[in-house]
Ligand binder design. Structure first.
Ligand code: SAH
Length: 361
């Protein structure tokens, strides 16, 4: 029988379940701590619970685990890239990166992606399904178990569009920051979106305090629609309108991601246009040399990126070139999963080892 993944249960849902099972309320805090602070992998570890409660828990729930299918460690900079297998055999990726301020994990939010950005490896094989809150937490817990390191900040920049899996991502963020569990401040979280305007407006109202990162990648609608189909639905003007509202509501400065692609978006004209459109909006531009994806013919010379940075600065914009981490292990978004798909076909890891069902509830 498949059981529900207890990692996807909110504190409130766990408390309700305990009340129904005739257990005292304070057990919720104990169980939450076991799951989210101590990262228990089995109910038998929860030795301060009665044996009968442990049995009831394991009759109803499982503690889902991700399987490390592949692990690539950079010889240059301590970056570790994980290819994880989920209980239905799907594959996702996370990347653990070392910064001066601590270790950061790049987390996936979906298996595949619907957004169709045509420079991105994550979208090529299409969309499979949303990740559950427990599967997003699992990426952190498994990386910490495997590496012995502590994840102190997160970027939702892995496979998938987080705002296209809004409810699960929100539940994940609330679980992550719950004071009864891990209690991570959402100030240490960056959520990256390709620009789903209504969802940006919704996010602004949640009071989370996270950093919003918007994948802009072009300054005019024709160029942006060419590389990002989402732009045909929400134009740059609409997107930047939502960004302004986001800043007005949250007071949080927006980050714009801009992957410079030779012949597409690195011209002086684009720099001027960008400056005009971003006028008065407190923001930071993160320039990335486009990462070549095997199926696509996009590339960048690093010099082009630096000269575009200069052009932006001359226009009065705040722009930096993102440091490349894990360049020896193919650490860009979705590439490891693509490789595995190519090597092994779609029926990859049959990893249904713990009888966990994918959806919560
Ligand atoms: N769906 C979200 C988050 C996932 S992608 C988003 O679109 O923001 C994380 C970032 O990597 C995005 O800015 C995305 O546009 C960028 N990206 C994807 N493929 C890339 C590539 N080949 N080179 C450079 N950046 C890429």
């Amino acid at each position: 029988m498949t059981k529900t993944d207890i990692l996807s249960l909110s504190f409130g849902e766990l408390s309700d379940w305990l009340a129904e099972a005739g257990e005292p309320k304070f057990r919720a805090k104990q169980i939450f701590t076991w799951l989210h602070s101590r990262k228990a992998t089995d109910f038998s570890e929860m030795t301060d619970l009665s044996l009968s409660l442990r049995t009831k828990l394991s009759d109803s729930f499982c503690i889902n685990r991700l399987i490390v299918v592949k692990r690539l460690e950079s010889a240059i900079d301590n970056t570790v890239k994980y290819l994880y297998g989920l209980s239905d055999g799907s594959l996702i990726e996370s990347v653990l990166m070392a910064y001066k301020h601590g270790d950061s994990l790049c987390v996936s939010s979906q298996v595949g992606c619907k957004m169709g950005c045509n420079f991105c490896a994550s979208t090529i094989a299409g969309f499979v399904r949303n990740l559950t809150p427990g599967e997003m937490l699992g990426q952190i817990y498994e990386a910490e178990r495997d590496s012995g390191r502590t994840v102190s900040s997160l970027v939702l920049m892995g496979i998938g569009e987080p705002l296209d899996n809004y409810d699960n991502v929100l539940k994940f963020l609330r679980l992550l920051s719950a004071p009864q569990g891990r209690g991570m401040s959402l100030r240490h979280v960056t959520l990256s979106t390709c620009g789903l305007v209504p969802m940006i407006d919704r996010l602004a109202e949640e009071g989370l305090g996270l950093t919003l990162s918007v994948s802009l990648h072009a300054a005019d609608d024709a160029s942006r629609s060419r590389i990002m189909p989402v732009n045909r639905k929400y134009s740059i003007a609409e997107l930047l309108g939502a960004c302004r509202r986001y800043f007005d509501t949250t007071g949080r400065r927006i980050t714009f991601e801009y992957a410079v692609i030779d012949g597409v978006n690195g011209t002086r004209e684009q720099a001027r246009l960008l400056a005009k459109q971003l006028e008065g909006l407190p923001c930071h531009i993160n320039l990335i040399p486009v990462n070549p994806v095997r199926e696509r013919n996009y590339h960048t010379k690093r010099d082009t990126v630096y000269s575009f940075q200069q052009m932006l600065e001359q226009e009065g914009l705040n722009a930096t070139v993102r440091r490349t981490l894990g360049s020896d292990i193919n650490a860009a978004c979705g590439q490891l999963r693509r490789e595995a798909q190519r090597e092994r076909g779609e029926d990859i890891a049959d990893s249904d080892s713990n009888g966990c069902r994918n959806g919560p509830g």
